[in-house]
Ligand binder design. Structure first.
Ligand code: S3P
Length: 437
């Protein structure tokens, strides 16, 4: 139902078969960014053609980079950091937090003016977290609300390396500072309170940058000699997550998701689902570009509620909405804390998920930094004549609601689902292809 703004879902018996999910969003952004500033032709296979990544591609075209796409392979003709040109217009990054924050970092080091903006949701998200360290490096970053909100005005150039102690475990903050570090004099390092996804450091290494890691600290040297590379993008674990939970909660399911990225900084959901009683196996483990890849086999299992350890939250930050779905059908209470970052995602995901669960008749209370969910222990009752769920304009909320709808009674309408195209074009068709009614 491409282009549709609502999903209509009926209850399903089980999920069964084998699927491949679209390419990893985080790795796709980084492949485009590093390909654009390396020297030579970077070839990317499996790039996610979701709106967010298309925004990053369009941004680099505006920055003067030549990019070809034959539908299979994307080829980027990189001419080094110094090959980027001042954009002749405002760069609109749509809904994509990764695009705006990573570009703010990269462009802070380039000697020209860039103006970065996005949609209503993105213009409401905090940018001070990247502007602040970039200013410490000598960058001139301005924006609404004293530089905390986009549009951001970046007057780049003249950076020096810093050792930055980040107050949040955020891969976007870490990556913005490291990308700025490529244009800076000397070494730039970031130390995080907990390890966030480490795709940037892995890919910088693959492109020939000298990256040093010591525990939670990662450092890079100024470097305009990155070498073009071939990137094979694995399936996105965060997209697979809806199918992992769907197959877990629908009795009799047996589903395999092929070639998914299983970088341990991303797979906290598997650990938590296993604690809850989930049956998830990783098969045919391999590696590409330093990233672990596997087939994920999921069989249904009855779940029990858990208290999620706050330390695991950075490893499953994007899987919170779909974990709420698993918790809704589990027996007993699930509590998540240490997750205040969820308040500043594409939506306030704590409020959005408490609201969605309530509409399915599941009792859920938002906490300042998490949620408390009273699981129904199996089937969901409620209005069988059709419930209408708002997506809150958030792709992961929409897909989570669709997943729970399969286990509910009666028909469910998920409204305002155009946002799903940011990360998972073809989600509904893929879900239908493995749904047994
Ligand atoms: C991302 C980092 C995370 C994540 C987002 C993608 C990335 O955001 O939620 O979907 O690709 O670097 P934060 O850095 O804000 O935690």
């Amino acid at each position: 139902m491409a282009g549709s703004t609502q999903f209509v879902l009926s209850p399903a018996k089980r999920l069964e078969g084998e699927i491949v999910v679209p390419g990893d969003k985080s790795i796709s952004h980084r492949a485009v960014i590093l390909g654009a500033v390396a020297r030579g032709t970077t070839e990317i296979r499996g790039l996610l053609r979701g709106d967010d990544v298309l925004r990053t591609l369009a941004a680099f075209r505006r920055l003067g980079v030549s990019i070809g796409d034959d539908g299979d392979t994307v080829r980027i003709d990189g001419r080094g950091l110094s090959g980027l040109r001042e954009p002749d217009d405002v760069i609109d990054l749509g809904n994509s937090g990764t695009s705006i924050r990573l570009l703010a970092g990269l462009l802070a080091g380039r000697p020209f003016l860039s103006i970065l903006t996005g949609d209503d949701s993105l213009r409401g998200r905090p940018m001070g977290r990247v502007a602040e360290p970039l200013r410490k490096m000598g960058g001139r970053i301005d924006g609404r609300s004293e530089g905390n909100l986009a549009p951001l005005v970046v007057r780049g150039g003249g950076l020096r390396g810093i050792s930055y102690l980040s107050p949040v475990a955020s891969a976007q903050v870490k990556s913005a500072v490291l990308l700025a570090g490529l244009s800076a004099e000397g070494e730039t390092s970031v130390t995080e309170p907990g390890l966030s996804r480490d795709h940037t450091e892995k890919m910088l290494t693959a492109f020939g940058a000298g990256v040093r890691r010591e525990g939670l600290k990662v450092a890079v040297e100024g470097n305009d000699r990155l070498k073009a590379c071939c990137v094979d993008v694995p399936g996105d674990f965060s997209s697979a997550a809806f199918f992992i939970v769907g197959a877990t909660i629908l009795p009799g399911s047996d589903l395999t998701i092929r070639r998914v990225g299983v970088n341990p900084t991303r797979t906290g959901l598997i650990d938590v689902l296993r604690q809850m009683g989930g049956r998830i196996e990783l098969e045919s483990l391999t590696e590409t570009g330093g990233e672990a890849v596997a087939d994920i086999r999921v069989r249904s299992a009855p779940l029990k509620g858990v208290t999620v350890a706050p330390e695991i939250v950075p490893r499953m930050i994007d899987e919170f909405p779909v974990l709420c779905i698993a918790a809704a059908v589990a027996e007993g209470e699930t509590v998540v804390t240490g997750a205040s970052e969820l308040r500043v995602k594409e939506s306030d995901r704590i409020a959005a998920m408490a609201h969605v669960l309530g509409q399915f008749g599941v009792s859920a209370a938002g906490l300042p930094d998490g949620i408390r969910i009273h699981g129904r222990g199996g089937g969901l009752e409620g209005d069988a004549t059709g419930r209408r769920i708002r997506s809150h304009g958030d792709h992961r909320v929409a897909m989570s609601a669709a997943t729970l709808a399969l286990a509910a009674s009666g028909e469910t309408l998920v409204e305002d689902t155009a946002c799903v195209a940011t990360s998972f074009p073809g989600f509904l068709e893929l879900l239908r292809s493995v749904t047994r009614l």
